[in-house]
Design a protein around this ligand. Structure first.
Ligand SMILES: CC(C)(COP(=O)(O)OP(=O)(O)OC[C@H]1O[C@@H](n2cnc3c(N)ncnc32)[C@H](O)[C@@H]1OP(=O)(O)O)[C@@H](O)C(=O)NCCC(=O)NCCS
Length: 328
């Protein structure tokens, strides 16, 4: 463990860009203190073994993935200690930046530290010709939501993360009074229509960290081969209207050693009519596959899906609100 002696140089107090050569241990300590109890598995992994890494020479932990993820952003220093942090991540979309790890030491809260760090982020993004800043916040975290609202971030919506063990999934009964829609596999030629449905059904910014890619449903021979070699499997089931328009979609992505990733999308003019049969289809498919966990992210205000997921024995894990600041 590293013990930092407080410096007496008060001129360094305040916000400054992260210095990857010196700040990573202090940032990790702060993040562990602030988020420790609420870290998800990925976060826990990030901190696992950091105390060993922190004893290594700077050049070694500079190379660690955890340090790389923390290298852009700002810290707030007080008497030689890092008491505030904001991390900035770039994204595949030009001009689109993400903010994570907004944290202020409990002894230093309500002194405008977070507000000023977030203002530094805005300046940085402007300097880099960025026009959007995106972030996610736990819906119930009223302090952070108030902070971002006060900085003019707008709410895009909230996504609930659901999980289930495939062995415990319950099949959904179909409504026998109304005819079930015909569900078939997505044809290879329909990848553009499937992407159009994805965009119509879900605000693109509700995806994290990247926007959905136009070729996300494209499955050429080559990608099938690559997927096969990597133990990845991907299937998409669709419903079409009488006019052959894609109006509903259920997808299942599985990778060796990870949870299945499932999604259900329904065109806004067809909501309420396709969710049950599409989710029922996914459950039947999952029960034929390897017995792992399954994860699904879905807008929290979709009450029908919330009820269906509970009926199928999914558990809601957390709800994250997605917020965005547009810079002019
Ligand atoms: C959220 C957090 C970063 C705020 O840091 P902070 O330095 O105390 O915030 P600031 O002093 O800059 O507050 C700026 C504004 O945010 C809002 N705000 C901050 N904390 C608040 C609270 N506890 N309750 C209500 N509003 C709050 C207020 O509008 C405040 O302005 P005001 O003080 O003039 O009323 C801090 O509480 C924290 O580290 N929390 C735990 C980690 C966390 O939740 N991070 C966000 C992850 S998305």
């Amino acid at each position: 463990m590293i013990v930092t002696a407080p410096s007496t140089d008060q001129s360094k107090n305040g916000p400054r860009p992260i210095n990857i050569n010196t700040d990573i241990p202090g940032i990790l300590k702060l993040l562990e203190l602030v988020f420790g109890a609420s870290l998800d598995a990925e976060g826990q992994q990030m901190f696992a073994g950091t105390s060993n890494a922190l004893q290594s020479p700077a050049i070694l932990w500079r190379l660690s993935p955890a340090a790389a993820k923390l290298s852009l952003g700002f810290v707030w220093e007080e008497d030689g200690r890092i008491v505030g942090n904001v991390t900035v991540l770039t994204s595949d979309t030009p001009g689109r930046f993400l903010v994570v790890n907004v944290a202020v030491h409990p002894d230093y809260r309500r002194r405008s530290i977070a507000r000023l760090l977030m203002k530094q982020v805005e300046n940085l993004v402007r300097q880099r010709q960025g026009n959007q800043i995106l972030l996610q916040v736990v819906k119930q975290n009223s302090a952070a939501v108030a902070l971002y609202n006060s900085l003019d971030y707008t709410t895009i919506g909230s996504m609930t993360h659901w999980t289930a063990s495939v062995t415990r999934l319950r099949r959904l009964e179909l409504n026998l009074e109304s005819p079930s829609p015909h569900i078939r596999e997505l044809k290879r030629s329909e990848w553009r229509s499937a992407f159009a449905l994805e965009r119509d059904a879900l605000h693109p910014d509700l995806n994290w960290p990247e926007l959905p890619k136009p070729d996300m449903f494209k499955s050429g021979l080559w990608s099938k081969m690559v997927n096969f070699i990597n133990g990845r499997q991907s299937e998409t089931w669709v419903v079409t209207s009488n006019k052959s328009q894609l109006i509903g979609l259920a997808s299942l992505n599985s990778e060796w050693g990870s949870s299945h990733q499932a999604a259900v999308r329904v065109h806004p003019t067809w909501t309420g009519r396709l969710e049950r049969p599409l989710l029922a289809k996914l459950i039947r498919r999952l029960q034929q596959q390897s017995r792992r966990n399954v994860q699904l992210d879905h807008p929290d205000d979709d009450e029908l899906m919330n009820a269906l997921l509970q009926e199928a024995n999914f558990q809601p894990r957390r709800t994250l609100t997605h917020m965005r600041l547009d810079l002019d």
